[in-house]
Design a protein around this ligand. Sequence first.
Ligand code: HGY
Ligand code: MN
Ligand code: MN
Ligand code: MN
Length: 414
Amino acid sequence: MHGVTVKIDPMRMKRRLDALAEFGRDPQGGWTRYSFTPEYIQAQNLVKEWLEEAGMKVRLDPVGNLVGRLEGIDGTLPAVAMGSHIDTVKNGGKFDGNLGVVAAVEVVQTIVENHIAHRHPIEVIVFVEEEGARFGSVMLGSRAMLGLVTLEDLHKHHDEAGITLYQALRSMGLSPEKIPASVVPPGYYKAFFEMHIEQGAILDSMNIPVGIVEGIAAPVWLAIRITGRADHAGTTPMNLRRDALSAAAEIVLAVEKIARETDKSTVATVGRLQVKPGGINIVPGEVKMTVDIRDIDVQRRQTVVKKIEDAVKVVCQRREISYEINEIVRIEPVMLPAKMRQLIASAAEEVNVPYCKIISGASHDAQIMAQITPVGMIFAPSKGGLSHCPQEYTELEDIAVCTRVLLSSVLKII
Ligand code: HGY
Ligand code: MN
Ligand code: MN
Ligand code: MN
């Protein structure tokens, strides 16, 4: 019953969220804190201080995950872990990922401050490059921890400046060659919890402070390159053009139409579109665009992927334009174990707060960790459902309630 009597410190959590927000503030709005950038390292060092303040031993694994460990009575037992990420999307918000890390530290620090005995070791993990915003390699840290990332991947993924993941890791003094040896063995973890903002409008619209995640949808990311022909905008008749941007425009609308026509849980987004050469008086010769396709159901998602690929082919063939489609991400959706959902539900009842079951449209490291250990995920409401934008906001009262549920859940199994 510790979970109810033991008090977390919401003001400490607020101070820490505000302190993290000092790193990566973007003049264009919100936060842009990409993995392995100076602002990321400053934020990571701050979290390292907190982990040590909470009594944890801290290590950086070969791919750059920051891991705090608090020994239990029996160090041979599997660890109970919590975690999330502190990298952001471009012009993102201050709660996505950061909240889960601050909450995990708060839970451990509360356990230590209240001298609560625990048999299992406890770990807090700050996964690197969860967003894939810089290198296109979503959930790099958790996938590397499970041995799902190869050296070839590290050489393949690069940022807009052409720096590869491998080069970035080396420049951080990390040892990519040691990633295979650092893979977490089966049975190393007893369970993994991630607290995260919902990033959608369900909890806020129902004014329910706690979401218990049943399943996590997952993305396929396509990188499409359309190659037409750059031409003079004044002298090239319309019927002779190979206008890559007009083709891309048809494809953007086809992506939206295909997703709209399928079940409402399938979503597809063209988030990035780059036009070359980009002159006012030049018919666009090349377009690079991305498509993010998601669903909780793999079949439904694959049907949409296939329809989109077919649409690209039809548009480009009709316009006599060449194209190339590369699949750069494919993560599997996951349903979370009922016993973890029930554990969190009983914790929420102990804390005496309303909760509801929810499916996550966003992807999370939790869905990777679910491949090696039972996972539980707790959502806090996002005001107005806004996320991946500067306006992202979660009320401190909701943060406190969710953290108490996280604490109460963890206390049940350590
Ligand atoms: O893209 C996502 O769903 C998450 O924010 N990484
Ligand atoms: Mn995100
Ligand atoms: Mn996130
Ligand atoms: Mn509220």
